[in-house]
Design a protein around this ligand. Sequence first.
Ligand SMILES: Cc1cc2nc3c(=O)[nH]c(=O)nc-3n(C[C@H](O)[C@H](O)[C@H](O)COP(=O)(O)OP(=O)(O)OC[C@H]3O[C@@H](n4cnc5c(N)ncnc54)[C@H](O)[C@@H]3O)c2cc1C
Length: 383
Amino acid sequence: MGKDILIVGAGLSGAVIGRELAEAGHSVRIVEARDHIAGNCHTERCPETGVMVHVYGPHIFHTDDTGVWDYVNAHMRFLPYKNRVKAQSGGRVFSLPINLLTINQFFGQTLRPAEARAFIEAQADTTIEDPQTFEEQALRFVGPALYEAFFKGYTQKQWGCHPRELPAAILKRLPVRFNYDDDYFAHRHQGMPEGGYTEMVASILDHPGIEVALNTPYAPDMADDADHVFWSGPLDAYFGHDLGRLGYRTLDFERFTEQGDYQGCAVMNYCDAEVPFTRITEHKHFAPWETHEGSVMYREFSRACGPDDIPYYPIRQVEEKTLLRDYVTRAETLAGVTFVGRLGTYRYLDMDVTIREALDTARHFLRSRAGNKAMPAFVHAPL
Ligand SMILES: Cc1cc2nc3c(=O)[nH]c(=O)nc-3n(C[C@H](O)[C@H](O)[C@H](O)COP(=O)(O)OP(=O)(O)OC[C@H]3O[C@@H](n4cnc5c(N)ncnc54)[C@H](O)[C@@H]3O)c2cc1C
């Protein structure tokens, strides 16, 4: 029997769109190239230690979108979790994001908030009136000492180029807090799914109108009997990369295990350029309600993404945006396919934004069908 909706990818985008359309009475077929659902949010228990591992890197759920918070909680109980990141720089450990504790420890001071603000302002390079690069932005707002210690080496490792080659927009306007708030995210809702993200996505997919085929990369003939295709794979991959490859950074994870508590926190950043990795993640600290003797760690290395690597972070510099424009123009000439999610629209998207956009996309589709209107290639513009 023909399936009316084909979805490529069983990550959050594909699962949420699939569920909305199945609820509306469509039959949905999802093809997934990997041997598991949940895309890059995939979690699985380490058979040796019992620790829940974030297989493609650490994922913390945080949002101000109460509708999305209710949506995920309807599929999995979320337990309270605050992301409190630590950073090593120059052989010392500090609190991130840079806050009053970081400033006082780093400069050996006991400043109060207003004093710290004045102190940092005195370090800032106010001759830079209109920062253009990441480096200028950092020097303009935090001055050379904090820039060198916390931003320069880390950014260089993460993006593979000097911060003066990156746009100012990558760094928030003032990446410093003048109080002791060390909660990495400033969102109203924050937590971790008790049973992991994959179990949550399994619940989203658990509908009689949805069929999921794992280990099944998309092939064009799959679309033959589909009424519409939602594509959450890489935009350029849909076209066989024939105009060139959109640039990404990929990550290598060096996994190791230890007994006990390895680093005392979930995420430790390594800011110095001489240390080749960007951070170490200790996964059991993402589930503080669980107890495990053993521990699983990931040392995380960032590098340019090759053709056989997993694309993680879109680069979106001038060159990539030019190529992106060409692919978008081409995609817009197509009928019957909509590009969605972080890869389909070549943007970094947090999970809450991914879910919100997926809900919007599904509703847009249902309205289009009801009104006999064509469904666009993009509900959320990549540019
Ligand atoms: C290192 C890292 C850390 C992150 N941490 C956080 C965090 O802490 N908090 C947060 O909110 N967000 C975080 N995110 C973002 C989060 O991963 C994304 O929001 C989410 O994965 C987007 O879901 P998606 O379905 O759009 O894409 P994906 O999860 O990438 O799913 C796409 C799926 O499509 C499949 N696919 C691709 N091509 C094909 C094909 N040709 N045929 C069949 N299947 C195909 C892929 O195998 C994949 O399973 C992080 C992202 C990264 C890279």
